[in-house]
Design a protein around this ligand. Structure first.
Ligand code: PMP
Length: 446
């Protein structure tokens, strides 16, 4: 498998050799780490991308989930290009940000007010600060394996730090302010609230850890909603991936549970850089000059050169309108449902005891040989951002699964799954299913 990958990708190999002289591990994002080297993309269109060697790949990562309308949607590109010619960065207010925020407040149930940021990480950072200021409390409940970006309050609880210990460079004092609980355990939440009256907020991915890899249902969300309300704590849905994807109003609309705040990025900015925190007016009032002055309190400070960038805003407005006015979310969901079914059929035919599962337009590969294990943390091996060749045979297998899928014309979400767009149709599902079958056979033959 490695030899086939290397044979197909000499230009990516050469680029990576150069990259390694400039960038740690030759990359810009941990989840792009690939052994022996990642592929370098040249261009992308709809559900496809082409690498620098000219290989055509069906794309199942969608810009880390940023593209519900597929790559280079013509109307989104036209909107962004129109704005590029008028100015990329004004350092001032502009009409597009007003329109953009208006769409968010119209579409997202909890959104009475919006503050734009430049990324999802910044959005969760601000959401936690808002919750602390609003409640006057210090601590945050979060759940193992739920990902909320890489800032200091969230840089643990995932990938080998399930005990809450901080990852390198993070202050233990900050980690100590975060109450890290097992996913989907409402009793643990109730106990934490009962034992500690200093909890400002609970934050979670509303469809479950790692975009639903460890799924969460509406029952847990409702119980968490009640627990937060009862204790006056702020409930934060991290909808960086789920927002405008699983429904036009995100998971909160699809699951019928409204948080106090939500964080948005990826699709919210039309596939360009950008993010937002949205939610109750009385909480976002902590960033408001006039309200803060009237209440005689100091407001939360918030700057950011690229907040509400006009090019992102132009792409975002076109994207959000289309999501609001068409069945784009439902089409992506239907495509993923068809793909899950087809992939599971291949597993059965090939006699492999794995499963493909997921909700909405997100697909997860469950590759534990034992089948579907109920211990959520058993998913850990699936969630390694870098399934590198190592002494661990399972990781080696996952790394090879990824390479085999690329060799067979599919660029998945690492070895962990796939994320679809409204441009993925029957032709892409069929080609991907064949790639899946051929890849599994290659793995068996290794
Ligand atoms: N929260 C979730 C649920 C995410 O999936 C991500 C990114 N994958 C983030 C936050 C961080 O967003 P960003 O990469 O824009 O900082």
């Amino acid at each position: 498998i490695v030899a086939a990958y290397v044979a197909k990708t000499p230009r990516s190999a050469a680029l990576h050799a150069r990259a390694s002289g400039h960038l740690p591990s030759g990359i810009a994002h941990d989840s792009r780490h690939t052994d022996p080297y990642p592929i370098y993309t040249d261009r992308a269109l709809g559900p496809r991308k082409w690498d620098t060697d000219g290989n055509e790949l069906i794309d199942f990562y969608g810009g880390h989930g940023a593209h519900l309308l597929g790559h280079c949607d013509p109307a989104v590109i036209a909107a962004a290009q129109g704005q590029l010619a008028r100015g990329t960065q004004f350092g001032s207010c502009h009409a597009l940000e007003v329109e953009w925020a208006g769409l968010i407040t119209q579409m997202v149930p909890c959104a009475e007010r919006v503050r734009f940021t430049s990324s999802g990480t910044e959005a969760t950072h601000m959401a936690l600060r808002l919750a602390r200021a609003f409640t006057g409390r210090r601590k945050i409940i979060r759940f193992q394996k739920h990902f909320h970006g890489w800032h200091d309050h969230m840089a643990f609880g995932v990938d080998g730090h399930f005990d809450g210990s901080p990852s390198p460079g993070v202050l233990p004092e900050l980690a100590a302010e975060v109450v890290l609980l097992p996913p989907n355990d409402i009793d643990a939440v109730r106990r934490a609230f009962a034992e500690d009256d200093d909890i400002a907020a609970a934050i979670l991915e509303p469809t479950g850890a790692s975009t639903g890899m460890v799924p969460t249902g509406p029952d847990f969300l409702r119980a968490l909603r009640e627990a937060c309300t009862a204790r006056g704590a702020v409930l934060i849905f991290d909808e960086v991936v789920t927002g405008f994807r699983i429904a036009p109003g995100g998971a909160q609309q699809a699951m019928g549970v409204t948080p106090d705040l939500c964080t948005l990025a990826k699709i919210v900015a039309g596939g360009l850089p950008g993010g937002a925190v949205a939610g109750r007016k009385d909480i976002l009032d902590w960033i408001d000059f006039e309200v803060s002055a009237a209440r005689g309190r100091e407001k939360i400070k918030h700057q950011g050169t690229y907040n509400a960038n006009p090019v992102s805003a132009a792409a975002a407005i076109e994207t959000l309108r289309r999501i609001r006015d068409t069945d784009a979310c439902a089409r992506a969901t239907d495509a993923a449902q068809a793909m899950r079914h087809a992939f599971n059929q291949v597993l059965a035919e090939e006699g492999i005891p794995w499963a493909v599962y997921g909700d909405h337009s997100v697909i997860h590969f469950f590759t534990n040989p034992a089948g579907l294990d109920i211990d959520p943390l058993a998913w850990d091996a699936n969630a390694q951002p870098a399934a590198t060749f190592s002494a661990d045979p399972r990781k080696t297998m996952l790394a090879k699964l990824y390479l085999a899928l690329v060799v067979n014309g599919m660029d998945p979400k690492g070895p962990r799954g796939a994320i679809l767009s409204a441009t993925h149709g029957p032709a892409e599902i069929e080609a991907a299913t064949e790639a899946w079958r051929r890849s599994l056979r290659m793995l068996k033959e290794e």
